[in-house]
Design a protein around this ligand. Sequence first.
Ligand code: NAD
Ligand code: TYD
Length: 371
Amino acid sequence: MNQKHTVIVTGGNGFIGTNLVQLLLESRQYHVINLDALTYAANPLSLEDLEGHPDYEFVKGSITDRQLIDSLFEKHKPMGVLNLAAESHVDRSILSADDFVQTNVVGTYTMLEAARMYWNTLPDELKQQFRFLHVSTDEVFGSLGEDGFFTEETPYKPQNPYSASKAASDHFVRAFHHTYGFPTIITNCSNNYGPYQFPEKMIPLMILNALSGKPLPVYGDGSNVRDWIYVEDHCKAVKLAFEKGKPGEVYAVGASNEQKNVNLVNQICSILDNIAPPIEVPQLRDRGLKSYAELINFVQDRLGHDHRYAIDASKVQRELGWKPEVGFETGLRKTVEWYLSNPKWVDQASGGSYGEWIEKNYAWRTKKEAE
Ligand code: NAD
Ligand code: TYD
């Protein structure tokens, strides 16, 4: 068997990171060093099955810690980095962007600079092989009207503090390629859904609120549109871009699956009505709910709420041969079933500092603006 490639994955304990680490290990091509600070968004249970895996090593630490990162390059001599670590929730970035600037901007710059210094020391053959793949979002392009799609050529126009911090990190990555010839690749992906997503994000939040009989807070009139991709499809695109992407290139990734928020929440409710009807859920039995959709509650809109995101993914399909494999109906059902089957993971994610945060910040979601 060929020798395995050592890679550093940052943010491997998060939602996409967990799915990506699993995919890399299943491929048996990689030895994975996972550098993760274990913030509120990481769940230690996500990767607990990998403890003792011969091709997996966890390092607790921050992508802002240059000394630690230098020591990881020195010790493991990786052939690449897959940079996922980030603060990722728009609502939190609106309350305060401090951590977003630190991790997304300073952290990405720190990873880049440490990686570039290491890359400079490599002999030519290894230098050619090395890749720095930066996982980014379509939110850097701003918001679309009713028509059109984001492509790799769309000008950057981030409109919330999260997307501004991701745009800044993308610019550093692009600049490192242009200035130093450092072999970077960027993927800009649309909204992911699937197992292991932290329940402050729309899909798991709606599933778990419904199951505990809480209101389902749809922002504004629910007409905002997101383009959803099953997380495993995104991870396959990231792996392909890492392996076959051309240095300096950018790939927009999406599964052509636009959904209006209110329609999506209704679909989640109807799946739940089928597989866990309210009458069969002990804590809901006395509520007289016929459908979870009765819990839908239109609340005050998010500040500066981007109206629509949609990706034209023809480049990644054409140049890397990628295509999404999981249809939305199947993926959404699998996701709902995953949250129902993993109560321990859900308890761990919903407790602790997130429990306190949601209590404190829930008020604005239920309060409608004075008409
Ligand atoms: P997440 O919030 O679920 O996970 C982020 C992970 O990064 C956590 O494990 C956290 O502990 C870790 N982390 C945070 N700060 C860190 C630091 N300073 N040092 C080391 N680790 C740190 O996020 P996600 O949804 O898995 O997103 C992963 C990446 O993909 C992000 O860069 C995000 O911008 C991008 N992205 C996400 C989506 C989406 O829909 N979730 C879509 C496109 C792109
Ligand atoms: P989210 O999952 O936070 O992802 P992003 O803001 O990065 O797109 O939100 C997805 C959409 O759902 C977005 O338009 C905001 C909306 N939303 C709600 O209506 N209610 C909620 O409770 C949340 C968390 C999001």
